[in-house]
Design a protein around this ligand. Structure first.
Ligand SMILES: NC(=O)c1ccc[n+]([C@@H]2O[C@H](COP(=O)([O-])OP(=O)(O)OC[C@H]3O[C@@H](n4cnc5c(N)ncnc54)[C@H](OP(=O)(O)O)[C@@H]3O)[C@@H](O)[C@H]2O)c1
Length: 345
């Protein structure tokens, strides 16, 4: 058995409960990972609050994790037992659903294509903070067709995604000038990420900014106001749905381990840093408090869950599920999953 956070109804963070789950078995192309650290993202509470991107109940929330491979399916080629990996485990399946067993669990299963080897110079907490946010940040530059030497204006430079957008703009995509917005207490923090200029949005309105930019990257969904800082033909990317201005293009992440692998040189050289919200990391037992903080909308970098309980894997857990039934992942006290779900997972 393992411990996992789960909910069986939509609602506020108080619907989250800690319960006993059996440890899942990896399918042919999956790894069984002992989670050492996880990170929260707004999608984790949005899909708990209402039925967007649904998965059946009970739902264990969580997309991001870093951990150690403790089992694998027979078709796995890139990873071995003992490898340290990280990734966003939540890719949509053919039915548009996400996994029922997310990363707020001691053990998870994940397709090997969705994870990458954790760079040795970063901790489990740092690695867990990266996947979903950095995949989103990268995709925005692709959506915009961003070119080296262009200027970029980042709305929301201090959040989980924004901290990475600023760093990527400066240190990976070769932006000639990076401007980012945040509130007064975070100005020095955002400067430290490499922003050439920081606009304190509590003191300066977008209309009062004279300069116009080649790319407007809005991470908070304020395009209806922020669009004025973009040059006439400049791409405007909004990562919130629906985009709040007719010129804005919605950009959504691609979930891929290979994309994380491409960031390795930047993480190893220290050009790209994981930023963990200083109110954390929150222990595994403190998940509700971690959600409370994320849901204020004031997170500085990423809200991380660490440490996890580090139980040894019971020797009876098979390395590959011989059948496709993954009912082991459900708390025994709850009703058995439907057969269609098993095929999905
Ligand atoms: N499309 C996708 O694939 C995708 C992927 C990931 C996230 N998202 C969405 O993108 C949004 C951001 O995600 P996130 O993880 O970065 O959230 P987050 O970490 O919760 O963002 C918090 C940050 O937002 C900043 N902020 C709030 N209001 C602001 C304003 N008016 N101007 C400037 N900054 C402001 C806050 O800074 P201050 O305290 O200084 O205000 C805080 O640092 C969420 O809605 C999320 O659901 C979409």
């Amino acid at each position: 058995m393992q411990k996992a956070w789960f909910y069986e109804e939509y609602g506020p963070k108080e619907v989250l409960k800690l319960g006993d789950f059996l440890i899942p078995s990896p399918l042919h192309n999956q790894l069984l990972v002992q989670v050492r650290a996880a990170a929260l993202n707004p999608i984790d509470f949005k899909r708990r609050q209402r039925p967007i991107f649904p998965s059946d109940f009970p739902t264990v929330p969580g997309c991001d994790m870093a951990g150690i491979v403790v089992g694998k399916g027979g078709g796995v080629t890139k990873f071995d037992i003992g490898d340290e990996v990280y990734g966003n485990i939540q890719d949509f399946n053919a039915e548009g659903k996400l996994k029922q067993l997310g990363t707020l669990a001691e053990f998870i299963v994940v397709e090997e294509s969705l994870v990458a080897t954790k760079p040795k110079n970063i901790s489990f907490e740092e690695a867990a903070s990266l996947p979903l946010a950095v995949q989103t940040a990268v995709e925005g530059f692709k959506t915009a067709g961003f070119k080296e030497g262009q200027t970029v204006f980042v709305v929301g430079g201090a959040g989980g995604v924004g901290t990475l957008v600023v760093q990527l703009a400066k240190h990976m995509y070769g932006a000639s000038h990076v401007v980012a917005t945040c509130s007064t207490p975070k100005v020095e923090f955002v400067k430290s990420l490499g922003a050439d200029e920081v606009v304190d949005y509590t003191k300066t309105r977008y209309e009062d900014i004279e300069e116009k930019y080649d790319f407007l990257y809005d991470t908070i969904g304020d395009c209806k106001n922020s669009f004025v800082v973009a040059k006439d033909e400049a791409p405007i990317v909004d990562i919130t749905w629906p985009p709040s201005h007719p010129r804005a293009v919605y950009s959504s992440l691609t979930v891929s381990g290979d994309d994380l692998e491409k960031l390795r040189p930047y993480l190893e050289s220290g050009k790209l840093k994981a930023l963990i919200d200083p109110t954390g990391p929150y222990t595994f037992g403190d998940v509700i408090e971690a959600f409370r903080h994320l849901e204020t909308g004031r997170a500085k970098g990423k809200v991380v869950i660490f440490p996890f309980p580090s139980h040894h894997l019971p020797s009876c857990v098979p390395s590959e599920s011989k059948n496709k039934i993954t009912s082991e992942m459900f708390p025994q006290k709850l009703s058995a999953p439907s057969p269609t779900l098993n095929a999905v997972e």
